[in-house]
Design a protein around this ligand. Structure first.
Ligand SMILES: *[C@@H]1O[C@H](CO)[C@@H](O)[C@H](O)[C@H]1NC(C)=O
Ligand SMILES: *[C@@H]1O[C@H](CO)[C@@H](O)[C@H](O)[C@H]1NC(C)=O
Ligand SMILES: *[C@@H]1O[C@H](CO)[C@@H](O)[C@H](O)[C@H]1NC(C)=O
Length: 582
């Protein structure tokens, strides 16, 4: 790209005072495949959710930094009946979505895998993305390929580009699809996917930006353009236009991006990245959403700024938390007491593994907290066939959104029969999770610490049975989870029950998803069908607290901490640990 030097100087001069500094990721925690738009001063992003429910969160922001979780596109089983409970692959479900707006209507298009005979594209719409209830039922369509984009051409026709990359005209009211038109195979990396089409007014080109190389170390963004929507597409001479492949950067797997303009007309992009580099061993939060400035002059190829932890680029819109709607900001701590009077619905950032069965989770009317009916199956989903597996797991959690964090929750639970169990979990998939529970073993109330199948049991200290127990999961360093317990009445005198490596929750069975932190309850297979025996006591959780304790932006450096109101000093060390670990 050649510019007159005078123009370069003028641009540099005007931008110098204004450029801003910010830190990636902007949506920390499991937030892959971001697709984002700007509408009248507000930015909206949607991310992938796979098997978790509610699915397809919408985050809204006025400043690109503070993101409020304002709705879920898929928030009622009835929007897509029968799908969730027929989904067994731990990384099936809602794949990468695209969000677009047209004439005041917001559309989110996605593909749902892998329900036999029902593998399908889904299109939802709303005029109010701040309201769960306003999201429509799904229009389904035949979708042989993942990652649908949604593009309106100037003549009003609507097109869907998918992995491959292919183009089809779509009737967005009926889901009827036109014939497949091959567009571009990419530059030779595996899995040309995640396509988005942009038409630049005045430029005369359709741009097709895609991801290539697979979603791991080789991930990259490439682009091609054509004067006709259906091609032929000519690749940019600068491909890949964004990647961290082959580098030692902490932020790896950068790819699957989307581009949009801010109110000043500056371009930005979002993509997924994993804070895993360069070893690629410990990254329990999985794929997160990063933001990068883009320079895109009319007629030119876009220039995407490389993704780092500390970024500098276009002036950001003024900092603002003045975003409408109900819902926490992604970076907020959780302070949930589950009191019936104040919390009619469960907080929006808490999700289940599939649609929960009716009545499994409720805020108890008498102030006892979050009542969780024990699931017949353990988190692993055993025993039972497909239906029990899908419906009989009682789990609820929030994304781990910080490199370091502290999570505590109080548990009231009085198991009557051996095997009745309730506790806390760091959960990646049904195969990869860490659990600390209270369980009856040979008639004695015991701790069970389960590190991906390696189980340690120990009788609780004297006097704990019948008392409220505070369970804690903490990451005080980047590579290790610590589990401990205390009497809620005496939290300083806690017992460390064990530690587990974060590598156990990195990749493997959960390479597309990210760690959730939350609670579970199970009778470990007693009972029938999807139910535990009728007299099984519920578990009650209250005083749910999650606090971020630090974000790494390189392997060794943390982002400066936000000044958070009137935070009281936390007692950190010296909490009188008694190790109960074998
Ligand atoms: C993509 O590759 C296939 C196989 O080599 C080829 O047949 C096809 O023409 C290519 N498509 C495009 C749009 O270049
Ligand atoms: C300001 O940010 C833009 C976008 O990243 C970049 O092109 C420009 O060079 C920056 N200006 C300065 C003075 O750093
Ligand atoms: C421990 O966890 C693993 C993985 O979730 C599971 O397969 C196993 O059944 C659990 N063991 C017990 C005793 O809960």
């Amino acid at each position: 790209m050649k510019l007159l030097s005078g123009l370069t100087l003028a641009l540099a001069g005007s931008a110098a005072a204004a450029n801003s500094t910010y830190y990636n990721p902007i949506l920390p925690g499991w937030h892959s495949d971001p697709s984002c738009i700007h509408v009248d001063g507000t930015f909206y992003c949607v991310t992938s959710t796979f098997i978790s429910f509610p699915g397809l969160p919408i985050y809204a922001s006025k400043d690109l930094i503070n993101w409020k979780h304002v709705s879920h596109v898929w928030n009622r089983e009835s929007q897509l009946p029968g799908y969730s409970w027929a989904t067994f692959g731990q990384q099936d479900g809602m794949y990468a979505a695209t969000i677009r707006v047209r004439d005041g209507v917001f559309y989110v298009i996605c593909e749902y895998l892998d329900v036999e005979g029902k593998d399908s594209g889904v299109l939802f719409r709303t005029t109010d993305p701040f309201d769960d209830a306003s999201w429509s039922d799904a229009v389904t369509f035949l979708a042989p390929k993942i990652d649908p984009d949604l593009f309106w051409d100037d003549d009003g026709k609507v097109y869907v580009a998918t992995q491959g990359c292919q183009l089809q005209e779509m009737n967005i009211d009926t889901g009827e699809m036109g014939p497949m038109i091959p567009l571009w195979n990419g530059t030779g990396g595996v899995w040309p996917e995640g396509p988005h089409i942009y038409k630049r007014p005045g430029d005369g080109h359709y741009y097709l930006m895609i991801a290539e190389g697979g979603t791991a170390e080789d991930h990259a963004i490439t682009i091609a353009r054509s004067e006709s929507l259906t091609g032929p597409y000519d690749p940019s001479p600068n491909n890949p236009i964004l990647t961290n492949r082959g580098t030692d950067e902490y932020f790896q797997t950068v790819g699957h991006g989307d581009l949009f303009q801010d109110p000043d007309g500056n371009w930005w992009g979002t993509a997924l990245a994993t804070r895993s580099g360069p070893a690629y061993e410990s990254y329990p939060m999985g794929r997160e959403t990063v933001l990068f400035p883009v320079t895109w002059r009319e007629g030119d190829w876009p220039i995407l700024q490389p993704v780092r932890g500390k970024m500098s680029g276009w002036q950001l819109p003024p900092a603002s938390r003045d975003v409408p709607g109900v819902g926490p900001f992604n970076s907020d701590p959780d302070v949930y007491d589950f009191e019936a009077e104040t919390e009619a619905a469960l907080p929006r950032n808490l999700v289940y593994w599939r649609v929960p069965r009716d009545g499994a989770f409720s805020v108890a009317k008498g102030g006892e907290g979050l009542q969780v009916v024990l699931g017949r199956n353990s988190l692993a989903g055993l025993p039972g066939g497909p239906e029990p597996e899908a419906k009989a797991i009682s789990f609820i959690g929030r994304r781990q959104t910080d490199s370091l964090f502290t999570y505590t929750v109080d548990l009231d639970f009085e198991p009557l029969e051996d095997g009745q169990e309730a506790g806390v979990t760091a959960f990646l998939t049904q195969e990869a999770n860490l659990q600390l529970g209270l369980v009856l073993v040979d008639g004695q109330l015991s701790f069970r610490f389960n590190v991906s199948g390696e189980v340690t049991e120990s009788v609780v200290p004297e006097g704990w049975a019948g008392e409220t127990v505070r369970l804690e999961i903490k990451m005080a360093e980047l590579t290790e989870y610590t589990f401990s317990a205390a009497l809620a009445s005496n939290p300083k005198d806690s017992v460390e029950l064990g530690t587990a490596s974060a590598k156990l929750l990195s990749g493997g069975s959960g390479s597309f998803v990210g760690t959730l932190i939350g609670v579970y309850a199970t009778c470990n297979g007693a009972g029938e069908g999807i139910d535990c025996p009728a007299d099984t006591p519920s578990a009650y959780f209250k005083r749910w607290r999650y606090t971020g304790d630090g974000q790494y932006i390189t392997e060794t450096e943390m982002a400066p901490r936000e000044v958070k109101g009137k935070g009281k000093g936390k007692g950190k060390e010296g909490k009188g640990k008694r190790s109960k670990r074998n």
